[in-house]
Design a protein around this ligand. Structure first.
Ligand SMILES: Cc1cc2nc3c(=O)[nH]c(=O)nc-3n(C[C@H](O)[C@H](O)[C@H](O)COP(=O)(O)OP(=O)(O)OC[C@H]3O[C@@H](n4cnc5c(N)ncnc54)[C@H](O)[C@@H]3O)c2cc1C
Length: 168
């Protein structure tokens, strides 16, 4: 661990992917999600080659390839003729990675299960952020009432005494 702390608001696809990346880089990460329960929501998503590369870097490559389906992309005229068409093989040749289709719920579950050391708090809705030279503070409403969390600070005794770096 690098000793650096990060706070991510929202345990969706972007939030969990960022949390996984920060954790992989050695940060201590806490994710706060407003939903009380993380449910299976959404429909099928196209995962573009650049996103596939990012997921590979995060270590999800084998799982992604096992669970997702290869996909191409294109645009048709109203009469059904292809104007532009790139097959999965074309995309892989051009961008170095394929494109996949996957249900959002499966992608979300993969990120959540792979988040490892990341702590996820549900039932926390962010209502305000303040930033300063020592880090950031985020205010939340939760079932426990108002909560403040901080990240980016070194949690020294002095910092806490001066009220600059608090954690819920
Ligand atoms: C119909 C549709 C089809 C799409 N198809 C594709 C596609 O094929 N390929 C693709 O790459 N993208 C697609 N997208 C976009 C894709 O869904 C988003 O890019 C992706 O989900 C963004 O991730 P996110 O984490 O920002 O948002 P989300 O996955 O929506 O997650 C946001 C999370 O933050 C939480 N949150 C919000 N506000 C707060 C707060 N104040 N406090 C705490 N938590 C909070 C929410 O509850 C939620 O869990 C599609 C979107 C839609 C609507």
């Amino acid at each position: 661990m690098s000793g650096r702390t990060a706070l991510v608001v929202g345990a969706g696809i972007g939030g969990l992917a960022a949390a996984c990346a920060l954790a992989r880089a050695g940060w201590r990460v806490t994710v706060y999600e407003q939903a009380r329960v993380l449910r299976e929501v959404g429909a099928g998503l196209s995962i573009a080659p650049n996103a596939v590369r990012a997921l590979e870097w995060l270590g999800f490559g084998p799982e992604l390839r096992a669970k997702a389906q290869g996909q191409g992309i294109g645009v048709k005229t109203r009469s059904g003729r292809w104007m532009v068409r790139l097959t999965g093989a074309d995309l892989e040749q051009r961008y170095g990675n394929p494109m996949f289709a996957m249900h959002r719920a499966d992608l979300h579950r993969m990120l959540l299960d792979g988040a490892g050391s990341v702590t996820v708090h549900t039932g926390h809705q962010a209502i305000g952020v303040t930033t300063g030279p020592t880090g950031a503070q985020v205010g939340f409403t939760s079932d426990r009432g108002p909560v403040t969390a901080a990240a980016g600070c070194r949690r020294t005794r002095g910092a806490r005494r001066r009220g600059r770096c608090r954690s819920s």
